[in-house]
Design a protein around this ligand. Structure first.
Ligand SMILES: Nc1c(NC[C@H](O)[C@H](O)[C@H](O)CO)[nH]c(=O)[nH]c1=O
Ligand SMILES: CC(=O)[C@@H](O)COP(=O)(O)O
Length: 160
């Protein structure tokens, strides 16, 4: 199902565990910060709505999406969190650089989920245009940050 047929911000709070005892890390890329700040806001709003305490959420910034892998790895090593959300926005430019950044970031975060004992949620938009990114970070298609927060709660409590 394409995002166009699904609102990223819809979730059933009653079907989720209370997040009050969970600790979250959020690593935010500074590239396209209009978009990444929108994703961060969506994630924070959903985490707090589901009972998470602001004091249990730690945020680190990295320069770009390519650095998300290292940022999440370092955060997992140096803090005790139950889940990490990696937030980025990659937008197609004139060259193939988009392909390499998207692929490296997706593979890097996938690798962290294999190597670490803490789930790392892939909240990285990979859009053709700024308009598509706006539509998915609080626009007509909802907010992928919200979707990522819900995924983080579910993965942090997997098997409980
Ligand atoms: N063009 C975008 C980038 N490029 C920067 C890389 O992510 C990286 O920071 C740089 O290559 C240095 O290692 N990053 C994004 O997050 N979004 C883009 O659209
Ligand atoms: C995803 C990117 O790195 C890209 O936005 C950079 O733009 P360009 O391909 O025009 O150099």
């Amino acid at each position: 199902m394409a995002t166009a047929n699904k609102n990223l911000s819809v979730y059933d709070k009653a079907a989720l565990p209370d997040a009050k005892d969970l600790r979250f890390g959020i690593v935010v890329s500074e590239w396209n910060d209009e978009i990444t700040e929108g994703l961060y806001s969506g994630a924070m709003e959903a985490l707090l709505d589901c009972g998470a305490l602001e004091s249990n959420i730690i945020r680190w910034n990295v320069p770009g999406s390519f650095e998300l892998t290292f940022g999440c790895k370092k955060l997992a090593a140096e803090t005790k969190v139950d889940a990490i959300i990696a937030i980025g926005s990659v937008i197609q430019g004139e060259t193939k650089h988009f392909d390499f950044v998207c692929s490296a970031t997706a593979q890097g975060i996938k690798d962290l989920n294999v190597l670490l004992d803490v789930p790392v949620i892939f909240c990285v938009l990979t859009d053709n245009t700024m308009e598509q990114a706006r539509e998915r970070s609080g626009g007509k298609h909802g907010n992928k940050g919200t979707e990522a927060a819900i995924a983080a709660i579910k993965m942090a409590t997997l098997g409980r």
